[in-house]
Structure formats: C-alpha cells, structure tokens
Design a protein around this ligand. Structure first.
Ligand code: SF4
Length: 310
C-alpha cells in the first residue's frame, strides 16, 4: 500500500515483461482528433463516468440535471469507509514527508516516534469527518494503516541513510516516500474536469489507484481515464498503471492488499471513449435515462430512486 523505491523498480521490471502496443490515435496527446476529441464542451469527473454503480447513467441525470442533494446518512457505510481509508492514506504520506523535511529527524526510530506521538490527534482529526463509521472499527483501521506507513517508511529511511548520510531533505523525502498523492491532472482536453486527481503517482510516473470495494470492470477504465488525461497534458506515454485493492476483515483489525497491474490497452482506451461520449450525451440531452435492470447495493442514490418514479 505504501510503495517504496524498491516497489517502483519491481513494477518497472514487470512492465518491461509485458509489451503493450498502443495505437497512436488513442494516445492522450491526440486529444483534438477522432476518436479522442470530446463530442461536447461539458466536463465530467472520472467517478461520474466510472463509478461501478449505474449502467443507465441515471446517476448523472440526478447529480447534474435534477441536482439532487444527498443526505450524509444515506451514503452506504462501505463508501464512507472507503473515503476514510483514502484520506488516511493521503495524510500518512503527507505526514511522513513533513517529518523528513525537518532536518532534525535523523534515524528510523525518531521517525517512528513522531508518527506515534501524533497518532491520537490525527485519528480525532480524521474521524470527525467520518462519524458514521463505528468508532471501534475506525480506530482499528486507523491504527493498522498509520502503523504500516510508519513501519514501511522508517525502514526505507534506514536503507537510504546507510547509502549516504549526506542526503538533503528534498532528495531524502522523495526517495524514502516516492509517492505523490492526489496530484492534479488537467483532463479538460479529453472531456474531463480540469483537476482530476488519481490517488497517487509513484516515482517516476506510475499512476496508482486504491480501491476498497470488490473488483469491478470500471476500476481499470477509471485508471485509463487518468492515463489518457496524463498523456494529453504531459505528452508522456502511460502504458501501465496499478490498482491496489485494500480489504479489511470484518472487525477492521487486519487487512490485505492485492496489487493489479493494468495495461492501458487500445481496448480500454476505446471503451473509455465510448463511455465518456455516452455520458456527455446524457448530460447534453438532459432527459432521464431511466433505471438500469440492476442497481448497485452501494449506490448512494438508492433511497432517491426507490422513493420516486421519475
Ligand atoms: S439507485 Fe439505481 S438508477 Fe438510481 S442512480 Fe443508483 S444505480 Fe442509478
């Protein structure tokens, strides 16, 4: 979950074993020609298109045409817990780097101690936005993830300190913790919002997405959307990305992480374009597309759609 430079090298080796041919017309830098050129001036977030909830796109109609407001209490617990884990991940990476930028932290032990010292305050701060999660479960999840970050990056710090005691804080922070979380990408050239944010970018440029739910075909498509937007803005190829599935057990005391490497293939890119165009058309038309044959039990609009006959 908390990738190190060694993980980055391991992944690069794995990518090299998996040749990936990509047609030039579906590279993000060809955003202004068919088939990548968006059919509308409207913009969408990645989760508007690839949320794994609503095959009929009614969710878009409710969000942007009806402007239905959600009651916080109606948001299913797995979604709230997923947001909590994402925030915790981002904060652990940020805090680890903040420690490393302070030159007085010289060794792994003091790095770990600083993580432990702020543990209680950090939990209270984060939990205040996620109070629908049972307290005991939230505490267990927090301690597991926070502890893993402290352990992973204190060991990483030790390894780099052995290599050279003279590393400056900037170089040290970026090699001990080679992740940038929620780095904004301008997706506007390919029909997405101006500030879309993948969960993390692993040095040198691997897009990482965290998922806390069961696997869904939309997961690889969401990663593809970020990859195409990245190519459109930075003109740098994105042939692979990684999805990390984070699964906590029932009481929140233990968890497993499964790594899935995704080839950003022509097929995924073409499906991204089809789905994006369909979503933009639903918004342009502003007509209720109706309900799909099956609604996801995790859709936050379940109450809305079951109470009315729009
Ligand atoms: S409840 Fe069903 S129809 Fe309504 S937004 Fe969710 S998935 Fe779509």
């Amino acid at each position: 979950m908390f990738y190190t430079i060694e993980d980055s090298i391991r992944l690069s080796r794995a990518f090299r074993q998996m040749p990936c041919e990509v047609s030039e017309e579906v590279r993000g830098w060809n955003w202004n020609t068919y088939p990548l050129a968006p059919p509308s001036q409207l913009k969408l977030s990645v989760s508007d298109i690839f949320n794994g909830f609503c095959d009929s796109w009614r969710i878009l109609y409710l969000r942007y045409i009806v402007r239905e407001r959600l009651d916080e209490r109606d948001i299913p617990l797995p979604l709230v817990e997923g947001s909590f884990i994402h925030r915790l991940f981002t904060e652990a990476v940020r805090y680890g780097k903040a420690i490393l930028y302070r030159e007085d932290v010289l060794d792994a032990r003091s790095f770990r101690e600083q993580f432990e010292r702020v543990c209680k305050n950090k939990f209270d701060e984060l939990y205040s936005d996620f109070k629908t999660i049972p307290l005991e479960r939230a505490e267990k999840i927090f301690l597991r993830v926070w502890g893993l970050a402290a352990h992973t990056y204190s060991s990483s710090l030790d390894r780099f300190k052995l290599r050279s005691p003279y590393l400056v804080p900037d170089g040290l922070a970026s090699t001990v913790i080679p992740l940038t979380t929620e780095s904004p990408i301008d997706g506007s050239l390919v029909g997405l919002n101006r500030n879309i944010r993948p969960d993390a970018v692993l040095w040198p440029a691997t897009l990482i997405e965290l998922k806390t739910r069961q696997q869904h075909s939309d997961d690889a498509l969401a990663l593809t959307a970020y990859a195409i937007a990245f190519e459109s803005e930075y003109e740098t190829p994105q042939n692979f990305g990684v999805i990390l599935y984070v699964r906590f057990d029932n009481d929140g005391g233990g968890f497993k992480v499964y790594e899935r490497i995704i080839q950003i293939s022509d097929k995924l890119r073409t499906t991204f374009i089809e789905r994006r165009d369909r979503a933009l058309t639903v918004l342009e038309e502003g007509i209720d597309p109706g309900q799909p044959s099956e609604c996801s039990p995790h859709c936050p609009y379940l109450k809305v759609c079951s109470r009315d006959d729009r």
